[in-house]
Design a protein around this ligand. Structure first.
Ligand SMILES: Nc1ncnc2c1ncn2[C@@H]1O[C@H](COP(=O)(O)OP(=O)(O)OP(=O)(O)O)[C@@H](O)[C@H]1O
Ligand SMILES: [Mg+2]
Length: 242
């Protein structure tokens, strides 16, 4: 079976710093994979290369067996990759509905105007923002802003969704709601690469994890095994529980 996503020996340098160092992994459709690692280990840089925001210095990135490494972000988005950002990006002067409309208008099969309205409602409903289309985005609480960002990503009807610490900064009640929301995406068959520091969320959501440290993969496998791996405990969990 062709992998949905395959990275082979992908490298990104910033001057003398090797932010991602020969990273390889594959994902199949329907999986939720955790991409873990301490601060600065290269997780966001990896997502940036997969989504085309950054060009790799070496290696290959394939989506459904076709090379996408180095393509511009809009071309990769049109091939089926959508993402959220570690620091939420929204259009605060627009309404919630207009924010989603902007995403619908730039996708591969754009829709806008009246035709977009039912789609906007459906997308907002799927992230827990039903009936909120006319509200100004600027007035949203943090979790609702995150929900809106997710609706914008889902508007592209992606094959692969990249979530960069989407659950960060939520209180325990919101975190539970956020985990349930991602589980509902999994039930719909969405494939998700999830960068996350919240271990309860990783355990609840990820079938499998890849752990990075200083740009390199140090472990990969089923979540429970990976989180017990001595090198992971040393590099990462050791930090958190120190
Ligand atoms: N545009 C850039 N220019 C220069 N250095 C960068 C750039 N982006 C990231 N880096 C560096 O590359 C390394 C990896 O950063 P990255 O943001 O990928 O880490 P991360 O694993 O996402 O960390 P965090 O958990 O803190 O979000 C860090 O040392 C960072 O300072
Ligand atoms: Mg990051």
């Amino acid at each position: 079976m062709t992998a949905l996503l395959e990275l082979r020996d992908v490298t990104k340098r910033f001057g003398g710093l090797v932010a991602v160092n020969g990273l390889s992994f594959t994902m199949t459709s329907g999986e939720i994979v955790g991409l873990l690692g301490p601060n600065g280990s290269g997780k966001t840089t990896a997502l940036n290369m997969i989504s085309g925001l950054l060009q790799p210095n070496g290696g290959a990135i394939d989506l459904l067996g076709e090379s996408v490494g180095g393509l511009p972000a809009n071309r990769i988005a049109h091939r089926g990759v959508a993402r959220t950002f570690q620091l939420v990006r929204a259009l605060p002067s627009l309404t919630v509905g207009e924010n989603v409309l902007a995403a619908l208008a730039f996708r591969r099969h754009p829709i806008w105007g009246e035709a977009a309205k039912p789609k906007i409602e459906e997308l907002l409903g799927s992230v827990g923002l039903a009936g909120r289309a006319d509200q100004p985005a600027a007035g949203l609480t943090y979790i609702d802003l995150k929900r809106m960002e997710l609706a914008r990503a889902l508007a592209a009807e992606p094959l692969l969704l990249l979530l960069d610490e989407w659950l960060a900064g939520l209180n325990p009640t919101e975190l539970r709601a956020g985990i349930d929301l991602i589980l509902s995406l999994r039930d719909r068959g969405m494939t998700i690469l999830l960068v996350e520091h919240v271990m309860d969320a990783v355990r609840a959501l990820c079938d499998r994890c890849i752990v990075m440290n200083t740009g390199s993969r140090i472990a990969e496998g089923p979540t429970d095994e990976v989180l017990r791996h001595p090198e992971v405990v040393r590099a990462y969990l050791g930090d958190l529980h120190a």
